[in-house]
Design a protein around this ligand. Structure first.
Ligand code: PEP
Ligand code: MN
Length: 270
């Protein structure tokens, strides 16, 4: 595979991507959390508060949602971005949200600190080029049927336009297994670390689709060298408009953050 811009030359140090005070690729594990979708003011503000109190770093929340069915909740659009930004500013957390369309890149850039490219758009090359022209860090999720090569070459598209602030995100791939929503590829963490200088975040919420698997898979990802974990949380997962079954309750999230931080210091120091 021909990587020209995101490849790792021998002995090259890990690239650090700084977003506000948060550093991807440093010693500290970056924790990104929030609801799948921004639903209303109360929901996003209470989520932001718990991310902050727990010691998380970045607030997530979808405003333009890529739903499998056109009849499912599609997100609040720009109103969702406004609420996300307000909640992030109030609790001093940078925010991340997904862009689905080249026509939305400009508006999303006005509200977020990190632009997310979702799994379904990983090979939308016009969109990759468009975010590559911005000066915002981009989180590139792995497509659900993308090989490592497909994924890293997609990152090259962004880099080729001049934007080298790319954070990779493993979110599970489709396999024959149906018990889980996707199969989390833990091996890809050291693979990506060997091939590129980019930081890698793991999303065990979409990676498993099951709340009870989020904690063990987060820990497995940390042990394998992940730079960050992104997960979905919700004040009342049973009533979530999207991805309730994989969203953590606030109390469980707080406990998991404590455990992840302890594990990360063990892994990074030893
Ligand atoms: C998300 O993180 O909101 C999302 C839709 O995830 P994915 O693109 O990995 O399915
Ligand atoms: Mn989701």
């Amino acid at each position: 595979m021909e990587l020209r811009l995101i490849n790792k030359d021998q002995n090259e140090p890990q690239k650090i991507i700084q977003v506000g005070n948060v550093k991807f690729g440093g010693e500290e594990l970056v924790i990104i959390a929030g609801p799948c979708a921004v639903e209303n003011r109360k929901q996003i503000f209470s989520s932001a508060e718990v991310v902050k109190i727990a010691g998380g770093h970045i607030l997530r929340g979808g405003a333009f949602k890529p739903r499998t069915s056109p009849y499912s909740f599609q997100g609040l659009g720009e109103e969702g971005l406004e609420l996300l930004k307000e909640a992030g500013e109030y609790h001093q957390l940078p925010v991340i949200s997904e862009v689905m369309d080249t026509r939305e890149v400009e508006v999303i850039s006005q509200y977020v600190d990190i632009i997310q490219i979702g799994a379904r758009n990983m090979q939308n090359y016009s969109l990759l080029r468009e975010v590559g022209k911005t000066n915002k860090p981009v989180m590139l999720k792995r497509g659900m049927s993308a090989t490592v090569e497909d994924w890293l070459l997609a990152a090259e598209y962004i880099a080729a336009e001049g934007n080298l602030d790319i954070i990779l995100c493993e979110r599970g791939i489709r396999t024959f297994e149906t018990y889980t929503r996707n199969t989390m590829d833990i091996a890809v963490i050291p693979i990506v670390k060997n091939l590129t200088s980019l930081p890698i975040v793991v999303d065990p919420s979409h990676g498993t689709g099951r709340r009870e698997l989020v904690a063990p898979l987060s820990k497995a990802a940390i042990a394998a060298g992940a730079d960050g974990i992104m997960m979905e949380i919700h004040p009342n997962p049973c009533e979530a408009l999207s991805d309730g079954p994989q969203s953590l309750e606030f109390e469980d999230f707080k406990e998991l953050v404590r455990e992840m931080k302890a594990l990360n210091s063990f892994v990074k120091i030893n």
